[in-house]
Design a protein around this ligand. Structure first.
Ligand SMILES: [Zn+2]
Length: 327
């Protein structure tokens, strides 16, 4: 599916074989060339989607100037190598984004062992953990060929079509997450940082920055200060009202932090996650529920609202005072 989201900016909706069934990629045209933001999952359906879009818009593969990838997750980065092979265009990511992508997709870091140690220490029963691990194998999304990635620095001005955009570093959902903002048209290519109806998954993973929720809230603050007119997200529909949406997300996380702090009465992160997210979840959902709970508990501990203590090899959380929430 393809439609013009803004003058010269086309949304290419690419399919995903998950509950979240699509990812939005974008084509920006102008000055006799075109640029891409996010590549989609590396599947035949995605390749066909790109070929169809290029045909319908009457574009030429050789005039694809640059491919920007917001972050290393497979639904954004996956087909970047394919696009690069097809066009010869450079692929750009922020320095930390490039590092993440290299670690996961080139070096093949599979955090399964680290995840096991982490989850065991947070009270996940071994039998459940084995099942979770079996669904976590990264090899499901082999990225071949991996693209050659160039670095775009935070704050750099880049051309998309004929407009100049600023590269913004917005860690939280992923450490090296990139947004692109056009001061001339108020357009924000938001990736997974700011979504219209679902909340971005903010999870603590082994090897990532230590306080992802803290990073995410700070990154949202960065966007709130800009004169954003239209958000072009990676999932859902383009929308206006970035400031209101950011305020909703602040409220969502404030409520969730309060709830988790109240539940912290000597419980493990696993026990707290069950109370917050329920137990009727798929293995994939359980994994994310625990990691998202951890991100909130880490934030609370950093703020001095809970304290963690390891007893018999399991980390337990205890509320220590009121929640000093200043966001
Ligand atoms: Zn993502």
């Amino acid at each position: 599916m393809l439609w013009e989201a803004e003058a010269g900016i086309y949304l290419v909706r690419q399919p995903l074989p998950f509950a979240l069934d699509h990812v939005n990629c974008y084509i920006v045209t102008g000055s006799g060339c075109w640029d891409v933001i996010d590549a989609g999952l590396n599947t035949e359906a995605t390749w066909k989607g790109w070929e169809r879009a290029v045909r319908e818009l009457g574009l030429d593969w050789s005039s694809l100037r640059a491919i920007f990838v917001t972050h290393y997750h497979p639904d954004h980065y996956g087909a970047a190598g394919w696009l690069q092979e097809k066009s010869g265009a450079p692929v750009y990511m922020l320095p930390r984004g490039k590092e993440d992508a290299y670690k996961v997709w080139v070096e093949g870091y599979n955090f399964v062992d680290d995840l096991k140690t982490l989850f065991l220490s947070h009270g996940v029963p071994e039998e459940l953990l084995e099942k979770i691990i079996r669904t976590s194998e990264a090899s499901l999304f082999l990225v071949h060929p991996a693209p050659q990635v160039k670095v775009v620095e935070e704050g750099a001005r880049v051309l998309l079509g004929s407009g100049s955009y600023t590269a913004l570093w917005t860690p939280g959902h992923a450490d090296g997450h990139l947004c692109l903002y056009g001061p001339h048209n108020g357009v924000l290519f938001a990736g997974d940082h700011l979504l219209p109806t679902i909340t971005s998954n903010i999870s603590y993973w082994p090897g990532a920055y230590p306080n992802p929720l803290g990073d995410f809230l700070q990154s949202l603050g960065k966007i709130k200060d800009l004169a954003v007119k239209k958000v072009l997200p990676a999932h859902g529909k383009p929308f206006e009202g970035a400031k209101e949406r950011i305020e909703e997300l602040f409220q969502h996380h404030r409520r969730r932090l309060q709830l988790m702090a109240d539940l912290a009465s000597g419980k493990s992160a696993f026990e707290i996650s069950k109370e917050v997210f329920g137990t009727d979840l798929s293995l994939h959902e359980i994994r994310f529920a625990i990691s998202e709970t951890l991100a909130h508990l880490i934030f609370l501990e950093e703020k001095g609202a809970v304290r963690s203590e390891s007893r018999e090899g399991i980390i337990r959380y205890q509320k220590t005072g009121d929640l000093p929430l200043s966001f």
